[in-house]
Design a protein around this ligand. Structure first.
Ligand SMILES: Nc1ncnc2c1ncn2[C@@H]1O[C@H](COP(=O)(O)OP(=O)(O)O)[C@@H](O)[C@H]1O
Ligand SMILES: [Mg+2]
Length: 263
């Protein structure tokens, strides 16, 4: 029995209901496993991501967090099922999944340093039929990056650069945004600021799943938290509850982190 806080459900990949049930999650991960040779990067991971939520994914290095995003995007072979907006994504190539509304931001951000902020957003993938530059400017405005539109990205702070990478992903008009450690390397002020931007993105109707090591940030902004350890989901629930889960404390957080939990 998996020691999870919330009910994880007991869905085998064979009984997928392709029709969305009432109140269905935007994304459902059911019994997803990934192996790299002898390494079990993920084993039987099951959870749902409610539409409109900001969901955090934590765990020690090597726990399988990035692999889970890879499995959702279809860039690694995975067993189990990923259901997005009620549709089973099995067999769909990454670019098709992107067209369905999944957007991912890599840990590196992958910006072109010698281009401006606006150019970096314009060169990204688009779904909109509007003029690219107009659409890109709107996205920058939504993220309060419009004042920086014509600056080269290498003039910006790390936090702003991260937000430019997020702007480029949002220009695809995704339903689900997948972020891999967006606050890595940010100081607490920039991390706070980025958190506020992510809340605004969520409030604009884009569901977010983010991998992050900064637990303080996740405690402030996330609606749900899932914890991976050695490829297995060991806890799920509201951040304040998950942070107290004994197995989480033992596996990942350590007593100091729990004691430092914000009021
Ligand atoms: N392409 C790959 N080939 C072989 N092993 C991999 C590959 N990607 C990840 N792994 C292994 O899978 C496990 C999970 O990795 P990863 O998902 O990157 O962890 P995390 O993002 O939680 O730090 C690790 O043991 C890692 O070494
Ligand atoms: Mg990773």
């Amino acid at each position: 029995m998996m020691p999870t806080i919330s009910e994880q459900g007991d869905v085998s990949p064979d009984d997928v209901d392709p029709t969305p049930s009432q109140g269905a999650a935007l994304l459902e991960i059911r019994d997803v496993s990934v192996r790299f040779g002898g390494v079990h990067a993920l084993e039987g991971v099951t959870f749902g991501v409610p539409a409109g939520s900001l969901t955090g994914l934590i765990g020690p290095n090597g726990a399988g967090k990035s692999t889970l995003i890879d499995a959702i995007c279809g860039v690694v072979p995975a067993s189990g099922v990923v259901v997005f907006e009620g549709h089973d994504l099995r067999g769909l190539r990454p670019h098709v999944r992107a067209r369905r509304g999944l957007a991912r931001v890599f840990q590196s951000g992958e910006l072109c340093d010698d281009l401006t902020v606006l150019e970096n957003v314009v060169v990204g993938p688009f779904r909109s039929r509007r003029r690219r530059a107009d659409h890109a400017r709107d996205v920058l405005q939504r993220l309060q990056l419009d004042a920086d539109a014509d600056r080269h990205v290498d003039e910006l702070s790390t936090g702003r650069r991260r937000l430019v990478a997020i702007a480029r992903a949002l220009a695809q008009e995704p339903r689900l945004l997948l972020l891999d450690e967006p606050a890595a390397g940010l100081d607490s002020r920039e991390s706070d600021w980025l958190g506020q931007q992510l809340i605004a993105v969520r409030d604009s109707g884009v569901t977010i799943v983010m991998i992050e090591h900064d637990l303080q940030l996740l405690m402030r902004i996330c609606d749900h938290l899932h914890v991976l350890n050695f490829g297995r989901l060991i806890a799920s629930g509201p951040p304040a509850v998950v942070a107290r889960h004994p197995e989480v404390v033992a596996a990942y957080l350590g007593g100091a982190h729990v004691a430092a939990e914000p009021a």
